[in-house]
Design a protein. Structure first.
Length: 640
């Protein structure tokens, strides 16, 4: 206890000695914001009070940005964004372009995290413009790095990413080392890993790690160690990858940074996923416990989903089911807690407004009484007509007050009614999709029952094929009623489940492997149903005919979307391919006719090519009314 008091007194002394202006407080906040956020908040409160006392508006804005970063690190992005906007408003009034550039970078990061890449790049370009206007090299470097980050995060246009990184690195060589310098080397490492240029990736990451040790940026140091481990993992050097990840885990625990610790545990689970699944599950269990302890429910459920996938891959379906059930319980509990919290917040706001109105009313009455007491002598001399006029005026004021109260009450009731109607509509749409899915399942069951009593193999095959088509549509409706956004369907999840269903239906076992690689695409139901049926037909055809005599093979399913909303769907097998002189115009089978009709419905183009098997390519445009998904969902790549 004695040593703690001495340390506190020393800290207070250093604060008084160091913080002679707002910049001093800002420097202290930057030093403590990652590994001692409570101390950083303490200095921020002191700094804002100091800046306001000395009329330093720019100092207030700079510290608001630092508080926003602290909230961002703690997962409170909504609160952080409000503080960023407060700071931006201050800088616009004072004309402080360096401050504007700094806060625009932070707002761009918020948009980037939400998957709004165009908005993020717009913010970064605006920051670049402000920094160039004042010749701020550090600001220009950070803006160029941030733009490269936006391209890198999409895994698209890596050439543009490298171009902006090169500009940032040129400036980096001219100014003192900073955290942005380390971020540049980290992005170089990720970029060259994506390009499979592992030697360059290791060079930049090792350089960044060495520099981060030198200037004591432990958070970035851990991130780069984990990224270096990913490079070794992709090269097949699992021993080196594990050693690096264990080092990162130990460092994250030493500085008590739970986000870096989660990053390290997740990396270890991915490394062990194939060679030692149970060890991978052990690391994920630690990540789940840590996320639960920190209240990070999204990470907790994501890691539980990964555990369920590992159990499923080992054939431990009971454990997979139990883990998935616990995941859904946590998700539902968190959802209802959020609703309750919102209701309580609205109730508190309503009570606060009600109290303010009551206080205002009482203040008004009190002031009137004071006025009456002061003017009591004058009132006695007022004529009877004056008294009547006063009563009329008071009555009119009271009437206006009552009218205002009634209008507010009516507006509140209308808002509540509209909210109820919207909720009822959403639940009705979900119920419709649910019922359609159930009806399709009943129809499938009836078809399966009927097929038992048929002697014709062709009739049984036709019924089974119809059942598969209906199951593809049922899966679409199931996905729609299980998600909050019923206008769009997540294609990676849908294609994975459809492929799993067909694999299990035809009992392919390990004879036929499925490799699914789908961009984070969300489409309207008008396009997902034709795509689902086309996938059903092509995958079924590949399973039945591409691998004769129980031959082994692989079926690849790929879906890409470019910047022009042009989507390419490819289904490729490693089977026997098409016969010589094949002409799809001569084919009149039910499946081929259905595929052609569905392609016309999508207004797309269909092609068949022999490339070590059969390659079917479907190209079409995203339907114009649809919007790209607002939130980022990473690409799912899986091999089954």
């Amino acid at each position: 206890m004695f040593y703690k008091i001495i340390a506190l007194l020393a800290l207070l002394y250093c604060t008084q000695a160091f913080c002679q202006d707002s910049a001093g407080y800002d420097a202290l906040i930057r030093r403590y914001r990652y590994y001692k956020p409570d101390s950083a908040v303490y200095f921020a409160e002191k700094g804002i009070a100091y800046a306001r006392m000395h009329s330093d508006s720019n100092g207030v804005g700079a510290i608001l940005v630092q508080l926003g970063i602290i909230d961002d690190n703690n997962g409170k992005s909504d609160i952080a964004e409000k503080k960023y906007h407060q700071a931006l408003d201050i800088f616009k009034v004072t004309g402080f372009k360096k401050g504007m550039a700094s806060v625009l970078i932070r707002l761009g990061v918020v948009e980037l995290r939400n998957g709004n890449y165009d908005k993020a790049i717009g913010r970064f370009l605006e920051a670049l413009k402000n920094s160039e206007a004042i010749g701020d090299k550090a600001g220009i470097m950070e803006a160029n790095y941030s733009i490269s980050w936006a391209y890198l995060d999409q895994k698209k246009n890596l050439a543009a990413c490298e171009q902006y990184l090169n500009i940032a690195e040129q400036i980096n060589q001219q100014i003192p080392l900073s955290s942005t310098s380390l971020n540049i080397y980290n992005n170089y490492g990720i970029l060259f890993r994506y390009k499979k240029e592992y030697a360059k990736a290791k060079f930049y990451l090792e350089k960044g790690i060495a520099l981060s040790d030198k200037i004591e940026y432990q958070g970035l140091n851990i991130t780069m160690i984990n990224n270096l481990a990913s490079v070794y993992s992709e090269e097949g050097n699992m021993q080196k990858a594990v050693a690096l990840q264990l080092t990162a885990l130990e460092k994250s625990r030493q500085i008590k940074n739970y986000l870096r610790e989660l990053q390290s545990l997740n990396g270890l689970s991915r490394t062990y996923a194939k060679s030692n699944p149970m060890k991978a599950i052990g690391y994920l269990d630690q990540a789940v416990a840590l996320a639960r302890n920190r209240g990070a429910h999204k990470q907790e459920t994501r890691y539980m989903s990964n555990i369920a996938d590992l159990y499923k891959a080992q054939g431990k379906y009971k454990e997979a089911y139990e883990t998935k059930a616990r995941e859904h319980e946590i998700t539902d509990s968190f959802f209802y807690q959020a609703i309750s919290h919102n209701i309580e917040s609205l109730k508190a706001e309503y009570e606060l407004e009600k109290s303010k109105a009551r206080i205002k009313e009482l203040s008004y009455i009190s002031s009137q009484k004071q006025l009456e007491l002061q003017q009591s002598t004058l009132v006695r001399n007022i004529t009877f007509g004056g008294i009547i006029v006063l009563v009329i005026i008071l009555a009119m004021l009271y009437n206006q007050y009552r009218i205002k109260q009634r209008n507010n009450r009516e507006m509140h009731e209308k808002n509540a009614s509209l909210e109820q109607l919207v909720n009822e509509k959403e639940w009705l749409l979900k119920e419709i999709h649910h019922r359609v899915k159930n009806n399709l399942q009943i129809a499938i069951s009836l078809l399966n029952t009927q097929s038992v009593y048929l002697n014709s193999e062709e009739a049984v095959a036709a019924i089974q094929q119809s059942g598969h088509r209906m199951q593809a549509m049922a899966l679409i409706h199931q996905k729609l009623y299980q998600t909050d956004n019923m206008a769009l369907l997540n294609m990676p999840n849908f294609v994975h489940e459809l492929a799993d269903y067909l694999r299990e239906s035809f009992n392919t076992g390990y004879r036929i492997q499925f490799h699914v690689d789908i961009d984070p695409i969300e489409l309207e139901i008008s396009q997902t149903i034709p795509i689902g049926l086309i996938l059903n037909e092509t995958i079924t055809n590949a399973i039945k005919y591409a691998f004769p005599d129980n031959a082994k093979g692989v079926i690849y399913i790929r879906m890409r979307e470019d910047e022009e909303d042009f989507i390419t769907l490819e289904i490729q097998d490693t089977g026997k391919g098409l016969p010589y002189n094949f002409n799809d115009e001569d084919m009149h089978a039910m499946g081929m006719r259905l595929i052609k009709v569905l392609t016309q419905q999508l207004e797309g183009q269909l092609s068949f090519t022999n490339e070590n098997g059969l390659l079917i390519r479907l190209e079409f445009m995203r339907s114009k009314p649809a919007l790209k998904p607002a939130k980022r969902a990473g690409r799912r790549v899986a091999a089954a």
